[in-house]
Write a protein that binds this ligand. Sequence first.
Ligand SMILES: NC(=O)c1ccc[n+]([C@@H]2O[C@H](COP(=O)([O-])OP(=O)(O)OC[C@H]3O[C@@H](n4cnc5c(N)ncnc54)[C@H](OP(=O)(O)O)[C@@H]3O)[C@@H](O)[C@H]2O)c1
Length: 256
Amino acid sequence: MIHLENQIVFITGASSGIGAACAKIFANAGAKLILAARRYDRLQEFAKTLNLQADKIYLLQLDVCDRAAVESTISNLPPDWSNIDILINNAGLSRGLDKLHEGDIQDWEEMIDTNIKGLLYLTRYVVPGMVARNRGHVINLGSIAGHQTYPGGNVYCGTKAAVKAISEGLKQDLLGTPIRVTSVDPGMVETEFSEVRFHGNKERAKKVYQGLTPLTPDDVADVIFFCATRSPHVNINEVILMPVDQASATLVNRRI
Ligand SMILES: NC(=O)c1ccc[n+]([C@@H]2O[C@H](COP(=O)([O-])OP(=O)(O)OC[C@H]3O[C@@H](n4cnc5c(N)ncnc54)[C@H](OP(=O)(O)O)[C@@H]3O)[C@@H](O)[C@H]2O)c1
């Protein structure tokens, strides 16, 4: 098993949900955290709850869609923070649940820019350092949406299918190095995800999880942590996890 004491873990989308849960579990294992998100105030508030010494946490206001910002952020990290051991490409979102032919093109742009291009920018600027140091692990947040398309999921499912292909491609391209690549692909997790999908409509978001027990962000962080702590010769390529109350993207057990 790998020990994470003082390993540098870079988590995108750490201001909420699964990213914040990852920050907690990796902090408890003694890792040094680089936490990134757009909402810097939220990130600062959350960081306080971790109670870490200043040399264990580094906060970044970063929009992963901004290619120039990603490049300059990675290349200007202070020396104590530049040797990233684990990159968790978690920042992502869904927008809308419209039929494709009625969809909002701005929603599509946002999902594609964040879930695919943002993940690619981070990967492109972080992985060369991992290759040079001969160590590292990239963990991407995919989804069951990348395995099964559901009605109205069209573009979001397309972005997560892209994450699946990109994770597989990166694994192939890094063959011959010790760098590991993992895709963690959850089903329903109760986070701000549905609220973001429905543009802030809390009532509609709540209904998504009504009458069933969804995964918690901590459940997913636990699996990510497991993947990160296997022996160095073990690569967990892909993990699909769902709540017991879910059998597929469209089949759930609601007790109502
Ligand atoms: N919840 C689920 O049911 C579920 C299922 C499968 C997969 N996933 C995936 O899990 C990941 C995390 O989602 P979550 O459920 O934890 O949702 P969440 O609570 O809404 O968190 C999403 C995080 O991503 C950040 N983010 C969004 N756009 C960003 C951008 N352009 N630049 C930087 N950060 C950005 C948000 O921070 P800021 O707004 O502060 O930037 C937030 O911290 C996503 O990739 C999602 O697709 C979720």
